[in-house]
Ligand binder design. Structure first.
Ligand code: PRP
Ligand code: URA
Length: 208
């Protein structure tokens, strides 16, 4: 699929199995999610622009690099919160935005209830994070919102994707790369990902 990176790693395969297991408790769930998020973040940040600088080692001057862009990590609440710390592990100075969104249980359409995004993000590297890409409504609407705020350089990082969600994001936002740990089979009649892991927010926060 165009502009989709599926991150493959033995630790990801092991931890995805922990996350899919219905008997995994929230404490184990959060820690497995954080380990995968570190690998996803590593992959998502690979294209960060660099600028050359001069660094003085104790021995002599040499060429070095600094990041050439501000980084904004935007979490789709609630479940996106489970991915933010991993990104901050690499980029502690990142600015952080939040988009509150839940899916209406009947229509499966996203309903937005909150937003707080850093100002002046036009030239920033914006990494939108949410573990689940199901119908794609939440991700596609979030990307549209960020574009209205001026963002021009957006990536979407998620844990599990359904083909339907990937198609929707790619149709509406062909410029936005998707970085994911798995592409599952399909959605069921309740728009849950099959086989998936159930409701990510409930499993992270123990609200089952
Ligand atoms: C989940 C998930 C995504 C959304 C994905 O959130 O974290 O935001 O569903 O579904 P979609 O691709 O069909 O839009 P949910 O609505 O369960 O809210 P929560 O994180 O507050 O539990
Ligand atoms: N949201 C989730 O948390 N899980 C799904 O399978 C679909 C949407």
């Amino acid at each position: 699929m165009k502009r989709v990176t599926v991150v493959e790693h033995p630790v990801v395969a092991r931890d995805l199995t922990i996350l899919r297991n219905k008997n995994t408790v929230p404490e184990q769930f959060r820690s497995a999610l954080n380990r995968i998020a570190i690998i996803l973040a590593y992959s998502s940040l690979k294209t960060l622009p660099l600028k050359e600088v001069l660094v003085h080692t104790p021995i002599q001057k040499t060429k070095g690099f600094e990041l050439d862009s501000e980084i904004v990590v935007v979490s789709i609440l609630r479940a996106g919160l489970g991915l933010v710390d991993a990104v901050l592990g690499f980029i502690p100075e990142a600015k952080i935005g939040h988009l509150g969104m839940y899916r209406d249980e009947e229509t499966h359409q996203p309903v937005d209830y909150y937003s707080k995004i850093p100002k002046n993000i036009e030239n920033d590297f914006v990494l939108l994070v949410d573990p689940m890409l199901a119908t794609g409504g939440s991700a596609a609407d979030s990307i549209s919102f960020l574009k209205k705020k001026g963002a021009q350089n957006i990536r979407f990082m998620c844990l599990i994707s359904a083909p339907e969600g990937i198609k929707r994001v790619q149709d509406e936002h062909p410029d936005v790369p998707i970085i994911t740990a798995a592409i599952d089979e399909r959605l069921n009649e309740d728009a849950y990902i099959v086989p998936g892991l159930g409701d990510a927010g409930d499993r992270i926060f123990g609200t089952l």
